[in-house]
Design a protein around this ligand. Structure first.
Ligand code: FAD
Length: 496
């Protein structure tokens, strides 16, 4: 186990993509394996030493940044087990520090795929599970949660918990967790308001008869340290092509996305192809990217991006179907980028990824933290939510852009403040958006999590009673209250 106290080294771990600058730590601990994780947690619990778990550092909510105490970096837990194929399908067990990119490449080499595709591939699978990350292909494959078959979690008590999906279900509201010590931890699931959306990364998962493994997906390191993850791998399609479609009218782009989402529009000939991802960029997002991508059509006011998987002999038919579909929406060939080969697809992936990266760079240059939303609402509420976003943003005079996962009615509104006054104005707008999304049955965070910077918005969603319910469950699993303090709910709710 490495222990470092050199401030210059520690500083590198006090940041992620949130721009949060209040991190502080006097000690960095790097365990080599699960045994060392358990050993350190046992001692830290006795000393009531605050521990913050650190992985790839690509999070956007300061989850890995400690307010004080010890930084616990899981970077060495990067074992990769063999791919196992059984009658039930293919799976792999990996350490939490394995990067998403590594798993994607590994699966590809075996003729398989790992479904989730959070845009930032340098993030780790431990970070992805802890935040229930999703991303573009969530439209077809769902969030990380749906691909987790099992977890091992080290608790701060020095016990471990190994869970396999389907083997430890709550009886109604009662969870019974079998720990390595032989102890059974029995408690009621957190009582939280029901949601109208299936994609959620705001607070603990809770549902009647829930699978215990789901409690640990999206818990942002507050309940334990994930030391091992078993993930589902799926058969790879024969091929994939990507499209970027540029609309001269944003309203039409939104309407077209709704048709694709609902499969109402359809594409001839049937059966219609359905995309793996359906993404949106508004005019302001396109304007930000124009210097890097000068071939964006000058008249474009919005863009839809799609990825279409196909099996053998389907490619030409699907290409024709999409081409006819968009022609029927009034688009011509100059408004559509088709990418069929690896280089073309990589170019479109870069186009999509360049947006959040360019926003983050701009925000750093301006010196003010970005105010970026992560809300999803039920399909039926989406047109009204879009209208609400645009009417409030246009009236505000703020610099903003909107992009994201329109397939799941989950867009990121990014406000880019130029000074303190604008920053405060943007925060007030964010609150209005959160209230509106919750009133429509939505979530305040569909994929990024709450971390240290979105407590207030989670409170709008679950109320103080909901926050207290989550704190109650944390206290049962982490009785010394040492793990990831300040994530999801305020430390003031953690009373020993
Ligand atoms: C350009 C860009 C694009 C992005 N796009 C997406 C996107 O499309 N979809 C999406 O969902 N996210 C996206 N993100 C956010 C980010 O990539 C995800 O939140 C990712 O899951 C974070 O993983 P990480 O390894 O970097 O974790 P970190 O940032 O290091 O940590 C994230 C949280 O997980 C906890 N944690 C980490 N490892 C463990 C463990 N082993 N046990 C328990 N807790 C742990 C940490 O304590 C922290 O609370 C993007 C980020 C960037 C910079």
């Amino acid at each position: 186990m490495l222990i470092k106290r050199d401030a210059a080294i520690i500083t590198g771990y006090l940041e992620d993509a949130s721009g949060f600058t209040e991190g502080s730590s006097d000690c960095l601990v790097i365990p080599e394996n699960e045994t060392e994780v358990v050993e350190y947690l046992t001692q830290a619990s006795q000393r009531h030493e605050s521990i913050t778990l650190s992985a790839g550092g690509t999070g956007v909510t300061a989850g890995r940044i400690p307010l004080r105490g010890t930084l616990f970096s899981l970077e060495r837990l990067a074992d990769i087990g063999p791919i196992q194929v059984t009658a039930a399908g293919a799976e792999i067990t990996v350490g939490p520090a394995v990067r998403l990119e590594t798993l994607k490449n590994l699966a590809h080499g075996a003729g398989l795929i790992y479904g989730p595709d959070p845009t930032e591939r340098t993030g780790t699978l431990g970070g992805n599970v802890a935040t229930n990350a999703s991303g573009g292909q969530c439209f077809k494959y769902g969030p990380t949660r749906q691909h987790v078959l099992g977890l091992t979690v080290a608790l701060s008590t020095g016990e471990t918990l190994t869970l396999r999906r389907g083997e430890c279900l709550a009886e109604g509201d009662l969870l019974r967790l079998p720990l390595s010590s032989g102890r059974i931890l029995e408690f009621l699931r957190p009582q939280l308001p029901a949601l109208g959306v299936s994609k959620n990364a705001a607070g603990y998962f809770s549902a009647p008869n829930m699978d215990a493994v789901d409690l640990f997906i999206g818990m942002e390191g507050t309940l334990g340290v994930i030391t091992s993850i078993t993930l589902k791998l799926l058969p790879a399609p024969a091929g994939v092509f990507s499209l970027a479609v540029f609309f001269n009218d944003a309203d039409i782009a939104v309407e077209c996305a709704a048709h694709i989402r609902d499969r109402k529009g359809g594409c001839a000939p049937r059966p219609s192809p359905a995309p793996a991802s359906l993404e949106f960029m508004d005019e302001h997002a396109l304007n930000l990217l124009r210097p890097q991508f000068p071939s964006i059509p000058a008249t474009a006011r919005a863009c839809l991006m799609l990825e279409q998987e196909f099996e053998t002999n389907e490619e030409d038919r699907f290409l024709t179907a999409w081409s006819e579909f968009f022609t029927a929406w009034g688009l011509n060939e100059r408004q559509i980028w088709f990418a069929q080969d690896d280089a073309g697809r990589e170019h479109l992936r870069h186009f999509r990824h360049a947006l959040p990266e360019t926003v983050n760079t701009l925000v750093r240059t301006r010196g003010f933290r970005k105010v970026g939303t992560d809300m999803a609402v039920p399909d039926a509420a989406f047109p009204e939510m879009m209208h609400f976003y645009y009417s409030r943003l246009q009236a505000s005079g703020l610099d903003y852009l909107i992009f994201g996962h329109i397939g799941e009615c989950h867009l990121h509104v990014n406000v880019l403040p130029r000074d303190e006054k604008e920053y405060n104005q943007a925060r007030a707008l964010y609150e209005e958006f959160a209230v509106e999304a919750v009133a429509k049955g939505g979530t305040v965070s569909a994929e990024h999590g709450i971390g240290k910077i979105k407590h207030h918005f989670l409170q709008i969603m679950v109320g103080e009673a909901g926050l207290r319910e989550m704190a109650r469950v944390k206290q049962i699993l982490d009785p010394a209250l040492i793990l990831n303090r300040g994530n999801i709910f305020p430390e003031t709710l953690l009373q020993p």
